[in-house]
Design a protein around this ligand. Sequence first.
Ligand code: BES
Ligand code: MN
Ligand code: ZN
Length: 459
Amino acid sequence: MLLTFAADCDDSIPLRVVDHAALDAALADLSDAGRAWAQAQGFTAALGQVLALPDTQGAIAQVLVGYGTANARARGRFHMGAAAAKLPAGTYKIVAGLAGPDLEEAALGWLLSQYKFDRYAPAKATIAQLIAPEGIDAEKTAIIASAEALTRDLINTPASDMGPQELEDAARALSGEYGAKIAVITGEDLLTQNFPMIHTVGRASRRAPRLLDMRWGETGPLLTLVGKGVCFDTGGLNIKPGASMGLMKKDMGGAATVLGLAQMIMGLGLPVRLRVLIPAVENSIDGDAFRPQDILTSRKGLTVEINNTDAEGRLVLADALTYADEEMPALVISMATLTGAARVAVGPDIAPFYTDSDAAATALGMAATTVADPVWRMPFHTPYETLIEPGVADLDNAPGGGMAGSITAALFLRRFIDSPYIHFDIYGWQPVAAPARPKGGVGMGARAILAALPKLLDL
Ligand code: BES
Ligand code: MN
Ligand code: ZN
């Protein structure tokens, strides 16, 4: 779904954003009749309050949108996205009240509020369109919004229509759009080409497991993105209870998010060499499924004892990370809906990440605030390494005891990589509708990474 600004036109409706502190000044600017109308309607510039002012013919002359106080705004983000959803039909032009990052967030939030998942049923179209505000990079904003829409579409599409093959098709379509190259290793070839853990996790499904390998760009530092592409996670033989399985079409949220990020990077023509690796599998149940206590030998040669077939994400990612590491990229970033523990720790609104680089963590934290894409650093706590060492093999995929589940998963991944590394343990789902984020699949961390890339890669 393409999310874009409206073309400038003669009959656009001026929109004034009114901070709570600027209410008196805004009212003083109105005609006597306009002021009386605003007061009669109880316009206080509260956050999200929308007021249309009529002209003498009864048409909408302009619109005031309350922007509240800084404290009220801090309780959420993309407030203009929420306002846009309340406005009457029309084409709007923001003429006052916002500048800098606030204006950028408003424009992006407006576009993101137009996202609809309409593959299976028609959705009500957005009626309030925004003309690209002056002073922002409109093209960049539209590229970012449309890439986020791709991420949402991929996550929202149910596993019946988003298996490993369809995820491959989506990556191929994206490659085609931007002239990227893509190679795919499928089924038994995963064994002959030494991706044993990707094959093992995916072999119980009739839909063959595969590794997607996309490359774009000729010059610049090599950035490799790795995304967990578990198209459905039943838990395997350690089957998930119904309530836990309910949302598991979103277990390819890491893949969807790195594909969205790739679209941003390619669409903006950033000076990097980009590689995207996606192990695309379905964690299914079958006579051929892998079992608890199986011991797998990974691509890297490390042996892994399976203590829970539901800890499958780290297995497929491990082989992909080893493969990524073989050409020593400038930076590897993995994104994965890896653990329930991450959601317990930070909830659905924050993308927790791990890195050994303080500089990378600082850059990400700062970028996140600027672009309204919250992230939070978690510790690669080396003393917990013993928790993932079972004794009978090099590694344990699912340490018992229930301690620090997101950290131990991250430490497991770190064993497979020596290059500079950032790992995101994301949720990928908006559980209740929020401004610019309808209930459903959602990208997390991609915009923060994009904004931090100049610092992360010395661009
Ligand atoms: N895909 C799940 C993690 C998940 C669950 C993410 C719910 C978001 C919401 C993953 O494959 C998984 O099942 N992880 C297990 C690991 C455990 C068995 C060590 C978990 O987190 O419970
Ligand atoms: Mn699982
Ligand atoms: Zn999973």
